[in-house]
Ligand binder design. Sequence first.
Ligand code: SF4
Length: 216
Amino acid sequence: MDLNEAKLAGYEKLGETVCKKLNSLGYSAWYVKNKEEALKAALKLIPEGASVGVPGTVTVRQVGLIDELKKRGSKVSVHWDPDLKPEGKAARFLEELSSDWFVTSTNALTADEGVFVNIDGTGNRVGAMAWAPGKLLYIVGINKITTDIPTALKRVRDAATPPNVIRLNGKAPCASVGHCVNCNSTERVCRIVTMMERPPFGRECHVIIVGEELGY
Ligand code: SF4
């Protein structure tokens, strides 16, 4: 086995371990090797004609799901549409939330207890993860898996947030230094921390773990 094959085999072991844990907690979780397989799985899961809400997730865009859903005629709601006027944003947040499916990723997912750890600034993404009335799908790159909650929180602040702030042209200090300084800036994007320990009551939650690095 060469070095790359060994790395991919390690991803598969880790992905399967996490899926087993998640399935024991009430999620429907499975592992796929790459983003092409993730796209196929998501398109199979989401019925044609279903409306889909997608918050500001890099992973879902990298998988190419939004374009494919639009091609087959699904209504896809995104609040980050560059053509959306500021006065339409609040209504779009609600449209995302109330779609038949809410599709996102997670900032981190712990291997030990299967906890989804997220930090949000506006709260729309984490709010919908907990409260969207439709079905939920999480697409999670293998880079998001951490051992436990402390490493998950560290990953979110030091690995996920700085590139996100840079992507959005934010001015929080982590955009300048590349790691978290636990700022008290008015530009701070870390305002709400959520830890989802089980699927919320009454919600159907699907998880696709991808054996590839996706998102931040
Ligand atoms: S607390 Fe401030 S510096 Fe740290 S990741 Fe959040 S926005 Fe960046």
